[in-house]
Design a binder for this molecule. Structure first.
Ligand SMILES: Nc1nc2c(ncn2[C@@H]2O[C@H](COP(=O)(O)OP(=O)(O)O)[C@@H](O)[C@H]2O)c(=O)[nH]1
Ligand SMILES: [Mg+2]
Length: 220
């Protein structure tokens, strides 16, 4: 039997905006370490092992508005070089990570990027070169993949914290502005459906109210 998702807490209802940010990249490039580093103060990891993912929630204030960020981290499924479609579903931004000490993890970015674009053709994506603490000279190298795809590249270290906050803040900003300005076809369809469902429920409850009033009126 599937474990039920954890109970949502108050933050979720109070936030003005809510975005989902996913993390992609090979095993052991430091995805989890980066998330933990960013969320170090008071992060609340939730192990959803049934769903093969870790969910971290983070509250931020951007432009005076409160934002709830759902960070999705893989939990081993990346070993198979592919993620379940639900991982990508309705994501608003992606942080793609490779390990500067393992060339193959850089080469594999192309595969991750292709899968990302199959599901989410339009969302902002950031490329992160992690573990620069192990080799400072690496920041002089050019990594053409990011340039070729027109993606921003950041040199970071989850171990000593270099540029970690910067990358995550950037990702949150991009996610919000994507969500607010999205002309993504699938997003629009989803929005339409959500509005439709809302209207339906409102109409149904109005109808019920009327019926109740009628019934009440019938009682002498
Ligand atoms: N030197 C160094 N090691 C790191 C860094 N980030 C992660 N690691 C190490 O790399 C390994 C894999 O990290 P993890 O976050 O589990 O990778 P994931 O599989 O992508 O989530 C662990 O042993 C980490 O301690 C970093 O910035 N510098
Ligand atoms: Mg991990």
């Amino acid at each position: 039997m599937a474990t039920p998702l954890p109970e949502p807490d108050q933050d979720k209802y109070d936030a003005d905006e809510r975005v989902k940010i996913i993390c992609l990249g090979d095993s052991a490039v430091g995805k989890s370490k980066l998330m933990e580093r960013f969320l170090m103060d008071g992060y609340r990891p939730q192990q959803l092992s049934t769903y093969a993912l870790n969910l971290y929630q983070h509250s931020a204030t951007v432009g005076g508005r409160s934002v709830l960020v759902d960070f999705w981290d893989t939990a081993g499924q990346e070993r198979f070089q592919s993620m379940h479609p639900s991982y990508y579903h309705k994501a608003h931004a992606c942080i793609m990570v490779f390990d500067v000490q393992r060339k193959v993890t850089y080469k594999n970015l192309a595969n991750w990027y292709k899968e990302l674009r199959d599901y989410r053709p339009e969302i902002p994506c950031l490329v992160v070169a992690n573990k620069i603490d192990a080799d400072a000279k690496v920041t002089q190298k050019s990594f053409n993949f990011a340039k070729k795809q027109g993606l921003p590249l950041y040199f970071v270290s989850a171990a000593d914290g270099t540029n970690v906050v910067k990358v995550f803040k950037e990702a949150i900003h991009k996610a919000i502005s994507y969500k607010q300005n999205s002309r993504d076809f699938m997003d629009e369809v989803m929005r339409e459906l959500e509005n439709f469902e809302l209207e339906q429920t409102e109409q149904d409850s109005e109808k019920e109210d009327e019926e109740e009033e009628e019934e009440e009126g019938a009682v002498p």
